[in-house]
Design a protein around this ligand. Structure first.
Ligand SMILES: *[C@@H]1O[C@H](CO)[C@@H](O)[C@H](O)[C@H]1NC(C)=O
Ligand SMILES: *[C@@H]1O[C@H](CO)[C@@H](O)[C@H](O)[C@H]1NC(C)=O
Ligand SMILES: *[C@@H]1O[C@H](CO)[C@@H](O)[C@H](O)[C@H]1NC(C)=O
Ligand SMILES: *[C@@H]1O[C@H](CO)[C@@H](O)[C@H](O)[C@H]1NC(C)=O
Length: 393
């Protein structure tokens, strides 16, 4: 019944759009938009508590999330994690001092030889071939399983016996993934990206999510692969434990990362730093504006000390500079780490205003990305991970 009424509305939509013969894509998107506005067609009326600004939470419905996205509004769905950060334990309350200098350049730079733009492209091509990676769908479940196998193969190829990848299961079909490289202590450095994608017009439409955040997903996987070529890292000789996280349901309001950091908070896990990368491949906006290629260091809603440290990492390990930029509240999964009391930082592909505007649509495709730019993010990730894995906190 629902499907039938949907099909007839689709037909009605195209009948309405096509005779006008102008901007058919725009027309289709508007038709899809109109469909999405008919709540009984797909949406779920489950009440959800959405936080739009610090301390400003409003009860809405699951179906309102895509509407907010189309309006360009960010939100954290705090329904199930209203207590995140409420019991922050003593070690997380201590301010963390980050190294004042980069000290492992001679070891880190040779690791870059293991980074490959072609490999990133190959992995991302397959990852974007799922119709979408919507977290509540079977596509989302399958893409997560595929990613888990890819991470698992990476570990096996490196022969890294003590390195693991484990799904973190949720109440929805797509699991988050956590790869762990044990060090001498349980003090932990986290590198994150999100694996899900969504089409903001209707969740079952195509959403390749090449930039958002397939690019971040494959950036951190390539850095992970490269780090596993270093014997200090694989043999557990690092001072600290390294974890790589691929979050589910970022697009649902940071759901996967909140579940993980909530569990870490309750287990009193000692996370010293968390670096998020969400969109690492689009530079056309920057170049079209006549600006120099750079990476964007986010300066709002992040930890100041860690952000100062990441700037030093970029100066040492990247061949392009950084610009400081802001992206607002609830911008990506690092917000969940911050809420749990863990220092977090975020680096994006460019100044925020020049970042990719085709995200959350079927137009977020591979051909718009620059893989040499993604390599810069991968170098930064290797440098960040090695320097902090070896740091004495
Ligand atoms: C860090 O580097 C600066 C400039 O290179 C130097 O002056 C300073 O002594 C270094 N600090 C430490 C703790 O090594
Ligand atoms: C890390 O934590 C686990 C689980 O609590 C514990 O079994 C292990 O001994 C700890 N390792 C170190 C090096 O402290
Ligand atoms: C391991 O770390 C030590 C201490 O920093 C360093 O001297 C050594 O070169 C490193 N070995 C490798 C393979 O990175
Ligand atoms: C793995 O961990 C075990 C126990 O900590 C250690 O004895 C072993 O040397 C490690 N294996 C490798 C390959 O580093």
């Amino acid at each position: 019944m629902k499907l039938l009424s949907l099909l007839s509305l689709c037909a009605a939509g195209s009948a309405f759009v096509l005779p006008q013969q102008q901007q058919p894509l725009q027309g289709i998107l508007h038709a899809a938009d109109a469909l999405a506005a008919v709540p009984e067609l797909w949406s779920d009326d489950t009440p959800r508590l959405l936080e739009l600004a610090p301390g400003d939470a409003v009860w809405m419905k699951e179906g309102d999330k895509l509407r907010l996205m189309r309006e360009g509004k960010k939100f954290i769905d705090i329904t199930d994690h209203r207590d995140l950060g409420a019991t922050v334990h003593a070690s997380a309350k201590q301010p963390v001092s980050f190294p004042s200098n980069i000290t492992h350049s001679e070891i880190v730079k040779p690791i870059f030889k293991s980074l490959s733009a072609d490999n990133i492209r190959k992995n991302l091509k397959q990852f974007t071939s799922f119709p979408n990676r919507y977290f509540r769908s079977d596509n989302g479940r399958q893409s997560s399983q595929w990613l888990q196998s890819l991470i698992s193969d990476t570990i096996d190829s490196a022969g890294a016996k003590n390195v693991t990848v484990t799904p973190f299961k949720h109440t929805w079909p797509q699991s988050s993934l956590i790869a762990r490289i044990p060090g001498k202590s349980n003090k932990t450095i986290v590198v994150g990206a999100h694996q899900d994608s969504v089409n903001m017009y209707l969740p079952f439409l195509s959403a390749p999510g090449a930039d958002d955040d397939g690019s971040g997903t494959m950036t951190i996987l390539e850095a992970f692969k490269a780090l596993l070529t270093n014997k200090n890292i694989t043999s557990g000789q690092a001072e600290n434990t390294l974890e790589f996280h691929w979050y589910s349901a970022e697009e649902g309001g940071l759901l996967g990362s909140q579940a993980i950091f909530s569990a870490y908070e309750k287990a009193e896990r000692d996370v010293k730093a968390m670096l998020q990368q969400d969109m690492t491949g689009y530079i056309k906006g920057t170049l079209d504006a006549g600006k120099k290629e750079s990476v964007g260091v986010i300066t709002d809603f992040v930890d100041t000390g860690l952000t100062e440290f990441i700037k030093k990492v970029i100066e040492e390990y990247c061949s392009i500079p950084y610009v400081e930029t802001k992206c607002g509240y609830a911008c990506s999964d690092h917000a969940s780490a911050s809420k749990a009391g863990y220092p977090s930082a975020f680096v994006i592909e460019s100044a925020f205003e020049y970042s990719d505007h085709s995200i959350h649509t079927s137009g977020d495709t591979l051909d718009k990305l620059d893989f040499e730019h993604i390599l810069e993010h991968a170098r930064m990730t290797v440098g960040f991970a090695y320097e902090l894995a070896m740091a004495k906190f």
